[in-house]
Ligand binder design. Sequence first.
Ligand code: COA
Ligand code: MG
Length: 306
Amino acid sequence: MVTRKRSALFVPASNAKALAKAAMLGADAIILDLEDAVSPSEKETARAAALRALGAGDWTAPLRAVRINALSSPWGEGDVLALASERLDALVIPKVESATMLRQVRQVMTRAVLVPGRSRPALWAMVETPRGILNVREIATSANELGLSTLIVGTNDLAKELRCDGLGQNREALLNHLSRLVLVARSYGLDVLDGVYNAFDDLDGFTREAEQGRRLGFDGKTLIHPAQIVPANTIFGPNQIEIKHAKAIVRAFGLKKNLGKGVINMGGQMIERLHLQEAQVLLDSIPARAAKPVRVPVRKSGKKKS
Ligand code: COA
Ligand code: MG
């Protein structure tokens, strides 16, 4: 069974209300954030709050991750030491520009006590700087050695560093870089997640961008608000039409008359064995029982309840 990453929600570990909801939201992955969403004065308390949240309650998200601060910051090493032994699926490393940066994180991880029976978290690398984009192939080449499983494009930082318009015109200014990440991820067997959509009260805009991400080949999208979870899960699917089509392909290749054939005619469409493989991967990705999503509507700005 493949663990899907259609939706990966950032939750600032310094926001008690958001953190309290994190365990019950229906995202495929929750990323507790200690980095950009947390101000310097809140770093230590946010780390403690993240550790408490990870230790409490039944989590509905299949994957739990924490985004740490860079090792070059005053908090990065402490983050890694505190989290490397937690029941955690991944450490998300910000602004990765080389395999060496990930190797350094791994080295710090070896200094943390390993709880018997627990494995070390995987690394998910955020690629969000020009050098990160340039070096992403070198980073991916070392994926096995480093326990790197996932690339995430950080579109806000990338657009800022490139001084380009990362949001306008269908993200035209970022398209080369987004495709490069997908190309590298597919070449080295990594998952790859698209960047966040900032206007969380514009679900039409979110849908357009997420659909573009899926067309480009991303496995899912990183999110900033719970209202984005349901649309992301739907868009990165598979949807009912795709499931039906995949089942029809498996059925057709199973027919006696088609046994041993490399290519068949299915209702006027050429279907090859590569489509059969694709269909099987799609069907294998569907869990037997999906977690029920919790809906959190967007509140209109400025109208806080309390
Ligand atoms: N995770 C969990 N819960 C969240 C959430 C998130 N990312 N974003 C909002 N919520 C909760 C709120 O706490 C609120 O709960 P409440 O009703 O108990 O107060 C509810 O969802 C509705 O939120 P809303 O009022 O629409 O938004 P907000 O003003 O509270 O928050 C942001 C807006 C942008 C500040 C918030 O969504 C956020 O911090 N997102 C993540 C930012 C981040 O991690 N950035 C770094 C990566 S790019
Ligand atoms: Mg960033």
